[in-house]
Design a binder for this molecule. Structure first.
Ligand code: AMP
Length: 484
């Protein structure tokens, strides 16, 4: 792996648009995984990378893809497979941000969301598709997605794909992409089944291994408290009060337990959110966004729902239920202590979980002492309640700097009025001082359209569109905050 210290994004062969977006995102130096992946990916090599979330792996594959994609092409050129819906959205957002200045269109395809809307999206130009294997296959069978133009395929979180039973669909997709398509596979572990895929489909791949386990133990304080089923909730509250975390993710073994704990904490007046697989899609996405932005400090989640999701600023991780796999322990505690910051990982341990605890110790190559449970104490309770009552400090979304000079419009009129992208471009470019370079993404739906005006020319365009005609008529145009 290259030395991170000596590298800057500017030293790679990246276009000005990509470098500008990275600068606005505040990405100053490439992370280790980016140093290892970006150069061979830019050379067009297959890549197999063992890398955990939090390492910057999304940008590691997204930067070369955004660089390589040709804006003028109509068909999608890159397909990124994700095992869960939230991950698909998260990765779509990251690719979109990196490709923002290049005006790349990125579509997300996942279940639990109306397929008709996705079909409408797919009818238009998209440069990159991010999707879950099930929904991608669904579109392929319907003929609403075509892989003929795909030159880059990413299989992200491959081990989770395997755990969730998606691997057959992944193989089917691998068989469908054109010959010569560059394949990248990212996985937290390289299990034999995954290695088989690598041998079969990406024989000459560049292999990148980034283990975080060692790094982890130095930046994360691990604490284990013994309890039993009867006292578990009380022990948990004592620990929570004692630690008084700023932000914390609390893992439970089942969605039922997530629910129960959520209700119990809410009843105690403790601010929290929950995330599990049975929640409605919209609600799950909102929870992730709200937690990320700091609207509530504690998130109770199952592994599958929270896996891979990127949350910054996590001071604590609490295993309310001890994980049932040793690798899961490492994944869970890795949600804290990121980006050089320290963090605390706490596990409650019942007698029947001891066997797994010892397996974790062996796996991590270290013994973790079992500590005496903290006792409740008035002063700590007061501090905890005081912290709970504080008004949340809401963090800005990552893209805010990127979208500063962009104004998006909702236009009354779409496909049904026979409006095409060219009509919108024509009308906007007829405004004095506005050129095609000032137009960002265009999205045409049945009865309305979206268009972005960039370079700070939005106000001028809005004014002009009050009187200018589009496909023979003056249309209702209003500013929209909706992200296209
Ligand atoms: P990931 O491992 O892809 O989930 O990324 C973890 C976090 O690191 C995300 O919040 C990224 O936005 C952020 N990130 C990725 N690359 C960089 C970089 N070079 N510098 C700073 N932050 C980064």
């Amino acid at each position: 792996m290259e030395n991170k210290e000596t590298k800057t994004f500017g030293s790679y062969d990246l276009s000005k648009d990509i470098l500008h977006a990275l600068e606005l995102l505040g990405y100053q130096t490439p992370t280790n995984i980016q140093c290892a992946v970006i150069p061979p990916a830019l050379e067009g090599k297959h890549i197999v990378a063992k890398a955990p979330t939090g390492s910057g792996k999304t940008a590691a594959f997204a930067i070369p893809i955004c660089e390589k994609v040709i804006w003028e092409e109509k068909a999608p050129q890159a397909l990124i497979l994700e095992p869960a819906r939230e991950l698909a959205v998260q990765v779509k957002d990251e690719v979109f941000r990196i490709g923002r200045k290049k005006r790349l269109k990125v579509a997300a395809l996942f279940g639990g969301f109306p397929i008709d809307k996705q079909i409408q999206t797919l009818r238009q130009k998209n440069h990159v598709i991010v999707g879950t294997p099930g929904r991608v296959m669904d579109h392929l069978r319907r003929g609403t997605l075509n892989l003929n133009g795909i030159s880059h395929l990413v299989i992200d979180e491959a081990d989770l794909m395997l755990d969730m039973g998606f691997i057959e669909e992944v193989k089917e997709i691998l068989n469908m992409v054109p010959k010569g398509c560059v394949v990248s596979l990212f996985s937290a572990t390289l299990k034999p089944e995954i290695q088989k895929i690598v041998q079969e489909y990406m024989n000459d791949a560049e292999v990148v291994i980034q283990d975080r386990d060692k790094e982890l133990t130095s930046s994360i304080i691990q604490k284990i408290y013994q309890t039993d089923l009867e006292c578990k909730f009380d022990t948990f509250i004592d620990v929570l009060v004692d630690e008084n975390p700023n932000t914390c993710i609390i893992f439970c073994g089942t969605r039922e337990m997530v629910h129960t704990l959520f209700q119990k904490l809410r009843r105690k007046g403790i601010f929290c959110g929950m995330l599990h697989g049975e929640m409605e899609q919209k609600e799950r996405l909102k929870t992730v966004d709200d937690f990320r932005r700091g609207y509530f400090p504690f998130l109770i989640a199952t592994d599958v729902a929270a896996r891979g999701i990127d949350f910054d600023y996590m001071s604590h991780v609490i295993n309310y239920d001890f994980p049932t796999g040793r690798e899961t322990y490492v994944h869970r505690i890795g949600r804290t202590g990121r980006n050089g910051k320290s963090g605390t990982a706490i596990s409650l341990l019942c007698e029947e979980e001891f066997k797994m605890f010892h397996m974790v110790e062996e796996y991590m190559g270290q013994s973790i002492p079992i500590k005496e449970c903290p006792k409740s104490n008035r002063e700590k309770e007061r501090l905890f309640l005081q912290n709970q009552k504080k008004k949340p400090i809401v963090r800005p979304r990552k893209e805010e700097r990127l979208t500063k000079d962009i104004l998006a419009f909702h236009i009354g009129g779409g496909r049904k009025s026979k409006i095409r992208a060219g009509d919108i471009v024509g009308t906007i470019c007829s405004i004095e001082g506005v050129t095609v370079d000032d137009i960002g993404i265009i999205d045409i739906r049945d009865s309305f359209s979206y268009v972005e005006v960039i370079n700070g020319k939005g106000k001028q365009v809005l004014e002009a569109l009050q009187t200018k005609t589009l496909k023979g008529k003056v249309r209702k145009v209003r500013v929209t905050k909706k992200n296209i």
